[in-house]
Design a binder for this molecule. Structure first.
Ligand SMILES: Cc1cc2nc3c(=O)[nH]c(=O)nc-3n(C[C@H](O)[C@H](O)[C@H](O)COP(=O)(O)O)c2cc1C
Length: 155
C-alpha cells in the first residue's frame, strides 16, 4: 500500500520590491535573496517560483502546509519588499515547480510570455489573479526546461 501523502498547499502572493534602482546592486540583492531562500526551501522541502516585473514580485510557494506557513511568515516580514498580499492559498494535488527557488525577471528574452500574461496593469491596480500568476510561472518554467533539453522528464 502506498504511504499517505502529507497535505500539500500552494500559496501565491505579490508585493512591491524595495530593491536598489542601480542595476548592479539590484542583481546583488536578488542574488542574496536567492542564496537564503534556496537553502531554507531545500531544508523545508519547499518548491517555488518567483516572478519579478519592474518593482513587483509574485511568488508561488508549494509544500507541506506548516512549512509553507512558516516560510511565508518569514517572507512577509522581510523589509526588502512591502505590501505583501496573499492572492491564493489552497490545497493542491501535486507540485508543479521543480526547484526550491527559481527567479524569473522580465527580460527581452522572455518578454513574449510576460506580454501574454499582462500582469503589470493587474499589479498596479492591486488585483492580480492567482491563475494568471500561476500560468506565467508554469510557462516560464516550461520554456526554461525546453531550452535545457530536459522537458521530456516532466510530462
Ligand atoms: C521576494 C522575496 C522572496 C523570498 N522568498 C523566500 C523563500 O521562498 N524562502 C525563504 O526561506 N525565504 C525567502 N525570502 C527571504 C526571507 O524573507 C528571509 O529573509 C529568509 O528566509 C531568512 O530568514 P531569517 O533571517 O529569519 O532566517 C524571500 C525574500 C523576498 C524579498
Amino acid at each position: 500500500m502506498r504511504a499517505k501523502r502529507t497535505t500539500l498547499v500552494h500559496l501565491i502572493y505579490f508585493s512591491r520590491l524595495n530593491l536598489s534602482a542601480d542595476a548592479t546592486s539590484r542583481t546583488q540583492q536578488i542574488g542574496e535573496i536567492t542564496r537564503q531562500a534556496q537553502k531554507k526551501n531545500e531544508f523545508a522541502v519547499i518548491t517555488s517560483f518567483l516572478i519579478i516585473e519592474q518593482n513587483f514580485a509574485a511568488q508561488i510557494i508549494e509544500g507541506e502546509r506548516a512549512s509553507v506557513s512558516d516560510t511565508f511568515a518569514r517572507i512577509s516580514n522581510d523589509p526588502r519588499h512591502r505590501d505583501v498580499q496573499i492572492v491564493e492559498w489552497r490545497e493542491i494535488v501535486k507540485r508543479e515547480f521543480v526547484n526550491s527557488f527559481t527567479t524569473s525577471i522580465r527580460t527581452p528574452t522572455n518578454d513574449v510570455l510576460f506580454q501574454k500574461a499582462n500582469l503589470l496593469p493587474m499589479f498596479q491596480r492591486g488585483t492580480p489573479k492567482g491563475a494568471s500568476i500561476h500560468a506565467l510561472a508554469v510557462n516560464l518554467q516550461a520554456e526554461s526546461m525546453t531550452k535545457q533539453g530536459i522537458d521530456h522528464l516532466f510530462v
